[in-house]
Design a protein around this ligand. Structure first.
Ligand code: IPE
Ligand code: IPE
Ligand code: MG
Length: 233
């Protein structure tokens, strides 16, 4: 499952604080949600932290986010490792990413590489379209014949291609859009859009979203066995 962590700026604005205060407050939610997901038995959790479009924000906000992520990683690496969480970062190709941050991220990925309790994928400098374009490039480079390209071979060229399709996406703050998030992997995801802003989102909200997901009827384009509309065989 995945979270589009949205609403930090509005959370801060409601308190007449700078947007950065909302990002700072988001740290508690991130840890809360990781713990809640692990306890609920979620095997794969992805968090959307920074999009390829977020580079359009003011330099000061971007710089703040880079520092914040670095601080959060350094502070919580021992906890994540102790909980058996494998951490990895999806995206991370822009040269504007500070080398110190890239270094800390590489260290965290190495430290936790063998953990299997849960895989945490942080989408950072991530864009769904960019991943698809990169997969196309990688396929062409591999010399595969056009006729041999299937959905499976294509998906194998996406970054972290072992990540299963997303079943549930939670986007906080009431915004209802994809914002270029894991486009390929969310093809058949269920979405929930809680109104609560990300810094206020807590484990009980998370469990409510899981509950909403359990009530959904997933059809994948088909019909359920007991809903054949009375058609006689
Ligand atoms: C999400 O909160 C965090 C990032 C995109 C980094 P926003 O910063 O988008 O908050 P709003 O949407 O302005 O409230
Ligand atoms: C999407 O949120 C990216 C992240 C949550 C990291 P935004 O707040 O940047 O998305 P838009 O601009 O409202 O679509
Ligand atoms: Mg936003």
């Amino acid at each position: 499952m995945a979270c589009v962590m949205d609403g930090n700026g509005r959370w801060a604005a409601q308190r007449s604080l700078p947007r950065t205060a909302g990002h700072r407050a988001a740290e508690t939610t991130v840890i809360d949600v990781i713990e809640a997901a692990r306890s609920a038995g979620v095997g794969w959790l992805s968090l959307f932290a920074f999009s390829t479009e977020n580079w359009r924000r003011p330099d000061s906000e971007i710089a703040f986010l880079m520092c914040l992520v670095r601080r959060v990683i350094r502070k919580h690496a021992p906890l994540l490792h102790a909980r058996g969480i494998r951490c990895r970062f999806l995206g991370m190709t822009d040269p504007r990413i500070p080398p110190e941050l890239a270094g800390d991220i590489a260290d965290l990925m190495t430290l936790t590489a063998r953990n299997r309790q849960m895989t945490l994928t942080v989408a950072f400098d991530h864009g769904g379209r960019r991943d698809i374009v990169e997969a196309a490039r990688s396929l062409i480079r591999s010399g595969v014949l056009a006729e041999a390209v299937t959905e499976e071979t294509f998906a194998a060229h996406l970054p972290f291609s072992d990540t299963p399709d997303v079943d549930l996406v939670i986007r906080t703050s009431g915004e209802q859009r994809i914002s270029n998030f894991m486009l390929w992997q969310v093809a058949y995801a269920e979405w929930v859009f809680p109104q609560v802003l990300w810094p206020d989102f807590r484990a009980p909200d998370f469990l409510q979203c899981l509950e909403a997901y359990r009530r959904r009827e997933r059809r994948f384009g088909g019909v359920l066995p007991n809903q054949n509309g009375g058609t006689q065989a």
